[in-house]
Design a protein around this ligand. Structure first.
Ligand code: ATP
Ligand code: MG
Ligand code: FE
Length: 354
């Protein structure tokens, strides 16, 4: 199956062509073009929905043409069109979904309305031969969840954040330290020079039972710490960044360890794998911590390549291919969903056409 994937749910406009072998092996990425709108949003220190939607309109058609050209394919070579149908900023989601519907209708191709989070959740199966079920730590700009991925469209949630998402916490802390936008990579860079042991920051919910997360208290502690320093210099900022990153990694590792204990009841020994996905999965310190935790619990640790962790079209194309292989396609009247939990109804909204 050869699928065009379109991603427009946040601030990257992306198009990709991915091929999934009939026998269900790993995917071949024929093209994967991501246009990041960072420059357009940077002056505002965060994503401005209206600017994002307009930029998607402006760039998407050109990106799709380039994705096909780089893949050396014609429209006739495609088996389906997959687009993010949510969750995300509704204006952007509408742009991508409408475009996909137009192509699907004009070319007589099946439409696959993909949940963006399912795109993150299944990415590791595109690059590694990874059977179901597996434990997933999904850490992105809008979500922080621990799930057992039982199959395509089948997710059992073990825990979620009760306040901020991890990526959001990285972005907010980077902003208050004046490290720039986007915050996650900037904070990780700053932390490289920092001393993580200089400041003692709280580790919310650590060593407590359960798999939920909380990050707002940590964020508040960082703000108070920064304010207490008056005008933190570069060394102070690096030390705060390192301390924050370490606290986050400690919390995520501890909660993931609880989740592995729970998942032991659902996944047989010898088949136990921990996958981390979403933008924050690009963080090197987090990867190292989770590697240690996974091995301590007898889990193999699987993480997609860096550039497939943050938003891209290939992950949407791949999720589309996985769904199409199961005969899961969506009617042209499928509507966009600003909110769309992964463990709820994995089927997109019906009848609310855009
Ligand atoms: P969602 O997937 O929940 O809808 P999103 O699509 O905006 O949200 P992603 O693109 O998956 O999120 O991830 C972006 C987030 O990842 C941002 O919050 C960013 O700061 C964070 N991030 C990216 N790289 C790193 C890094 N190296 N370290 C920490 N955080 C990072
Ligand atoms: Mg983004
Ligand atoms: Fe994402």
């Amino acid at each position: 199956l050869t699928i065009l994937g379109i991603e427009t749910s946040c601030d990257e406009t992306a198009a990709a062509v991915v091929r999934r072998p009939a026998d269900g092996g790993t995917g071949e990425i024929l093209s994967n073009i991501v246009f990041s709108q960072i420059e357009a949003h940077a002056p505002f220190g965060g994503v401005v929905p209206e600017i994002a939607a307009r930029a998607h309109v402006e760039h998407l058609d050109g990106l799709i043409s380039r994705a096909l050209k780089e893949a050396r394919l014609d429209w006739d070579d495609l088996d389906g069109i997959a687009a993010t149908a949510g969750p995300g900023l509704i204006g952007g989601v509408i742009v991508g979904l409408m475009t996909a519907k137009g192509i699907a209708a004009a070319r007589g191709l099946p439409l696959i309305a993909v949940n963006h989070l399912e795109g993150h959740a299944l990415t590791a199966r595109m690059t590694d031969a990874l059977p179901f079920p597996y434990l997933l730590l999904l850490v992105s700009g809008g979500h922080s969840q621990l799930l057992v991925v039982e199959g395509v469209g089948r997710y059992r949630r073990l825990g979620t954040t009760i306040d901020d998402a991890v990526g959001e916490a990285f972005d907010k802390v980077a902003k208050l330290l004046g490290l720039g936008y986007p915050g996650g990579p900037a904070l990780e860079r700053a932390a490289l020079e920092g001393d993580a042991s200089r400041f003692a920051l709280p580790r919310p919910l650590i060593n407590r039972p359960g798999c939920d997360f909380s990050f707002s208290g940590l964020k508040t502690a960082v703000r108070q710490l920064a304010e207490g320093l008056g005008r933190p210099d570069d060394k102070d900022k690096a030390d705060i960044a390192a301390s924050f990153q370490c606290a986050v990694a400690d919390v995520l590792a501890s909660r993931t360890e609880n989740a592995m204990a729970v998942a032991n009841e659902m996944i047989r020994p010898g088949h136990r794998r921990l996958v981390v996905a979403g933008g924050v999965a690009a963080n090197m310190m987090l990867r190292e911590r989770l590697t240690v935790s996974a091995h301590a619990f007898g889990y193999e640790f699987v993480v997609p390549p860096l550039k497939l962790c943050t938003d891209n079209g290939a992950m949407i194309a791949w999720a589309g291919a996985e769904r199409l292989a199961l005969g899961l396609t969506d009617p042209i009247g499928t509507g966009p969903r600003a909110r769309w939990p992964l463990d709820a109804d994995a089927t997109p909204a019906r009848g609310a056409g855009v």
